[in-house]
Design a protein around this ligand. Structure first.
Ligand code: SF4
Length: 496
C-alpha cells in the first residue's frame, strides 16, 4: 500500500467558523425535513424511547442520592465560566506542562489543519493503521475520512462506535453513538461484517460484546499508533483524562508506541481540584453511575512505560468564534454528558441523525450553529419546544433555552429579505398599536370560525402563507366573542 500525504489545506485568520466541505457539523437537509423521515420510522422511535427512558431513570436515581448536587452543579458552572474568561492563559500553561513532560503540542485552527497534522504524524511513524478511542472531536473534523484518504486503515474501538463504523452509519448520540440500533440490528451488522464471526451468534448482549472483543483484541495488540480524544486536560500538570466504561480506551492509551490526542480547546481545566468536581458530575449525568469504570490520566511520556511518543492537537474549529459571543459562549462549558439529549422530547422523537451534526440534541442545537455560523445550521435553534428540561438536568447549568432564543434572534436579524413571519409580525404590530385597526382585524379573524366547522383548531391545510405556520402547529379557532366584547357586554349588564 502506498501512503500519500494530502496537500496542506488553507486556513483562515481571525475568528473563523468551522470550514465547509470537511467534517460532520452540517447536514444535507434542514432539521424539519430530516425529522419528517425519522418520525415515520417506528423502530427508531421505539429504540430511542426505550434507551433514553432507561438512562433518564438511572441518572435521576443517582443524582437524588447527593444532597449537595445543586452546590456541585453551581461549582461546575462557576469553574467553567472562570476557565473560559482566561482560556488563553490556561492553554499556554497546558502547552508548557505537556512539553516539559516530553509531549509535543500542535495548534490546529480548524478541521483541515487538524486532519493534516494527525495524518502527517501517523505517516511519519510508518504505520498503516490506527486504533481510535471514542472521540467527538475527531468525528467533528472527519478525521477517519482524512486518514483513509491517505491510505490508512482506521479502527474504532469503542463498542458503540464500532457498531456505527461496521454498519457504515453515523453516530446519533453523544454517549451512545449506536443508540438508534437494537440488539437484533447489531447482531445483523456483526454477522455481516466481522470476518470469522460465530455463525450462531445471537442477540444476547454478552455474546455480542464477546464477538466485538475478539475482533478488537487482535487490533489492539498489533497497533502502533492510537488516536484519542480527551474529556479534560489539567493545565497545571499537563495531564490528559479519558473517562470511559469499557476499558478499550485504556488499551488504546497504553499499548501503542505513539499516541495522538485531538482535543477541543474548551476541555482544559486549570487544576486537579477542578477536575475533582467534574469527575463527580460527569458519570452521574451521563451513564447514571456513581463512578465510571475507567478513568485514565497521563502526562507526557514515561520512559519504558506506555506510548513513547505523545502528541496533543489543540483544536479550535470555530470555538474562539463561540467564545466571542457573550451569550452563546456558555455552550463551551459542555462536558458532553448527554443528559440533555436523554430528557429532550424533540430528540427522543426525531433521533440524532435529524440534527445533521455530530452534536445532536439540545447541546447540538446551540453548539453546531455557533461553530459553523448560524446560517449554515439555521434550522437547529428552532429544533426545540423551549420546555427547559435540558437546562434542569445540565450538570454545569448551561442555559440552553436562552441560547436557543438568542440564536433565533441572530438568524432573524441576518435575513436580507423579509420573511413571511417577519411580514406577519409587522402587520400584527401595526394593528395592535391602532385600536380601530385592531378591532377590524379581530372581526376579520372571526371569519376563521367558518373554516373550523366546530372544531377547536383550524384545519392544517390552509393556503400560503398561513400554511407555513399551520403545517407544524395548531391554530386555535377564534372565539365567538373577543375579550373586549365580553367585557363590554358584562359591564353593560351591570356585573362589573
Ligand atoms: S449541555 Fe449540559 S446536559 Fe447537555 S451534554 Fe453538555 S453538559 Fe451534558
Amino acid at each position: 500500500m502506498t501512503a500519500t500525504v494530502p496537500p496542506k489545506a488553507p486556513t483562515f485568520l481571525g475568528l473563523p467558523t468551522a470550514p465547509r466541505g470537511v467534517g460532520h457539523l452540517r447536514g444535507d437537509q434542514s432539521f424539519p425535513d430530516a425529522a419528517r423521515g425519522a418520525l415515520r420510522d417506528g423502530q427508531l422511535r421505539a429504540n430511542l424511547g426505550h434507551a433514553t427512558s432507561t438512562i433518564r431513570g438511572k441518572r435521576a436515581r443517582v443524582v437524588a442520592e447527593l444532597p449537595d448536587w445543586a452546590q456541585l452543579r453551581e461549582a461546575g458552572r462557576a469553574l467553567k465560566a472562570a476557565t473560559m474568561a482566561r482560556l488563553d492563559d490556561h492553554l499556554e500553561e497546558l502547552e508548557r506542562q505537556v512539553t516539559a513532560r516530553g509531549g509535543v503540542v500542535h495548534w490546529a485552527r480548524d478541521a483541515n489543519e487538524a486532519n493534516e497534522i494527525v495524518t502527517r504524524l501517523v505517516l511519519a511513524t510508518g504505520a498503516s493503521e490506527v486504533v481510535k478511542v471514542k472521540s467527538m472531536a475527531t468525528q467533528e473534523i472527519g478525521l477517519n475520512e482524512a486518514l483513509e484518504a491517505a491510505g490508512l486503515d482506521v479502527f474504532e474501538t469503542d463498542l458503540a462506535e464500532l457498531i456505527v463504523q461496521l454498519g457504515d452509519d453515523q453516530p446519533s448520540h453523544i454517549l451512545v453513538p449506536a443508540i438508534h440500533k437494537n440488539r437484533a440490528e447489531i447482531r445483523e451488522i456483526f454477522a455481516r461484517t466481522i470476518p470469522g464471526v460465530d455463525p450462531g451468534l445471537t442477540d444476547d448482549p454478552r455474546k455480542l460484546a464477546m464477538a466485538a472483543r475478539t475482533h478488537l483484541r487482535e487490533r489492539f495488540l498489533r497497533a502502533r499508533v492510537a488516536v484519542s480524544g480527551a474529556n479534560f486536560a489539567v493545565a497545571e500538570t499537563g495531564t490528559l483524562t479519558v473517562v470511559e466504561s469499557e476499558g478499550n480506551g485504556r488499551m488504546c492509551l497504553t499499548l501503542p508506541e505513539t499516541l495522538i490526542t485531538v482535543m477541543g480547546i474548551e476541555k482544559v481545566v486549570p487544576t486537579w481540584r477542578d477536575l475533582e468536581v467534574f469527575l463527580q458530575l460527569l458519570p452521574r449525568s451521563s451513564t447514571g453511575e456513581r463512578m465510571n469504570p475507567y478513568t485514565s490520566t497521563w502526562a507526557g511520556v514515561t520512559p519504558g512505560d506506555g506510548p513513547q511518543e505523545f502528541h496533543l492537537v489543540l483544536l479550535d474549529n470555530g470555538r474562539t468564534a463561540v467564545l466571542a459571543d457573550e451569550v452563546g459562549r456558555e455552550a463551551l462549558h459542555c462536558i458532553r454528558c448527554s443528559a440533555c439529549l436523554n430528557v429532550c422530547p424533540v430528540y427522543e422523537r426525531a433521533g440524532g441523525h435529524s440534527y445533521g451534526s455530530v452534536y445532536p440534541g439540545p447541546i447540538g442545537a446551540i453548539l453546531s450553529p455557533q461553530l459553523t455560523g448560524v446560517e449554515d445550521n439555521a434550522s437547529l435553534p428552532y429544533a426545540s419546544s423551549l420546555c427547559g428540561a435540558c437546562y434542569d438536568v445540565c450538570p454545569v447549568a448551561i442555559d440552553i433555552p436562552s441560547i436557543l432564543v438568542h440564536l433565533r434572534a441572530e438568524h432573524v436579524e441576518a435575513q436580507q429579505r423579509p420573511t413571511a413571519e417577519g411580514v406577519a409580525f409587522k402587520a400584527l404590530a401595526r394593528a395592535m398599536s391602532n385600536p380601530r385597526l385592531w378591532h377590524l382585524a379581530q372581526r376579520a379573524g372571526k371569519l376563521g370560525r367558518l373554516l373550523s366547522r366546530g372544531r377547536p383548531t383550524l384545519p392544517n391545510a390552509l393556503p400560503p402563507p398561513v400554511s407555513a405556520w399551520t403545517r407544524s402547529r395548531d391554530l386555535p379557532t377564534p372565539p365567538r366573542e373577543t375579550f373586549v366584547e365580553q367585557w363590554t357586554r358584562e359591564h353593560r349588564g351591570g356585573r362589573s
